[in-house]
Design a protein around this ligand. Sequence first.
Ligand SMILES: Cc1cc2nc3c(=O)[nH]c(=O)nc-3n(C[C@H](O)[C@H](O)[C@H](O)COP(=O)(O)OP(=O)(O)OC[C@H]3O[C@@H](n4cnc5c(N)ncnc54)[C@H](O)[C@@H]3O)c2cc1C
Ligand code: FES
Length: 346
Amino acid sequence: MLTYTLRVAEIRQETEDTITLCFKQSGLKKIKYLPGQYLTLIFRINGRRFLRPYSFSSAPGIDQYLEVTIKRIMGGVVSNHIHDQVKVDDLIEVMQPLGDFTYTELQFSADKQIVLWGVGSGITPLMSIAKYALSLPNGPRVSLIYGNKNFESCIFLDLIHKLKDQYKSKFSVWHFHTRLKIDEENPSVIQGRIDQSKVHAVMNKIDDHANTIHYICGPVGLKESVKEALKGLSISAECIFSEDFEIVKNPKDFEGIMTQVAKIISNNQETFVEVVSGKSILEAGLDAQLELPYSCQTGNCSVCKGKLLTGKLKIIGIEKISHELKPDEYLLCCSYPLTNDVSVLV
Ligand SMILES: Cc1cc2nc3c(=O)[nH]c(=O)nc-3n(C[C@H](O)[C@H](O)[C@H](O)COP(=O)(O)OP(=O)(O)OC[C@H]3O[C@@H](n4cnc5c(N)ncnc54)[C@H](O)[C@@H]3O)c2cc1C
Ligand code: FES
């Protein structure tokens, strides 16, 4: 996988727990990306290598810097490291941009309206898509439906206001807040979560449902509510895209999976690792300090692909298995050993 080294040009505080890292493009090897893709940041923390993907909040061709926006996660290794240690002028190693949660004018005709559904830090790829699509001459109408606790936790609030002023006839925004008392001072805010009935209420205000494409990024509950409501409005699955920042595992899927020892062959070296019940082969390898390739850990990027040589694995957490995988290839971030003779080649 191609890697680059980028210099931090600026760090912006967005909300109390969220910052944006702005990277300068390198003069020689420019990074190309699509709106909605993500950049994988690589850090060495206490001797161990950590990789984490962050969606671009910048838009190609519009923003001067490559920007990623990071929310501090309680107890999180990398998000806290970024918030507490990264400074302007630091050099950070990154992987080439990845991801298929993208919008380009070539994918859809201009009469397709874009509807963006986001909660909290899920706004990042949606902002990249919104900025890009709104800037297109004769480009599509864009609607943003954005859930937060209150205005203080709303990332990019000023930018959203600015875009609304700039693109009055093309850009509509609905804010949903769970912790705000709605009164005359906040007429454009709807109280509560974005649930199915609220999706219907918003969609009633958007004309021509058949001509809408939808991008969803946020917690599982948001994805399920929006998808279910859109199904009821007969919007086809090909027009609905979603991005997961983490997999929420269902404990039922782990019934019958026990702690096993597995063999990982990487860089011509064989290592036996204990795969504690509930951990993936990738997690077990990383815990054993193996420097294995990975990025998303949600079954999206295929970077963690390995070849199963012996034994049986169970795939957990992926809705669709990539058609690019051969029958003996597995995504190790979503693979769990069913037998005690598993060996994989990375
Ligand atoms: C495609 C993709 C794009 C992403 N884009 C962004 C982005 O633009 N901005 C951003 O802030 N993050 C984004 N993430 C999440 C990010 O990659 C990290 O997972 C997150 O920063 C936590 O990493 P950590 O090392 O701090 O936490 P870890 O040490 O990995 O995890 C600590 C605990 O936090 C939980 N956790 C992990 N991720 C989250 C989360 N997102 N929300 C709540 N709990 C979590 C874990 O289950 C674990 O219990 C994205 C993830 C993916 C897969
Ligand atoms: S790390 Fe992305 S698919 Fe496994």
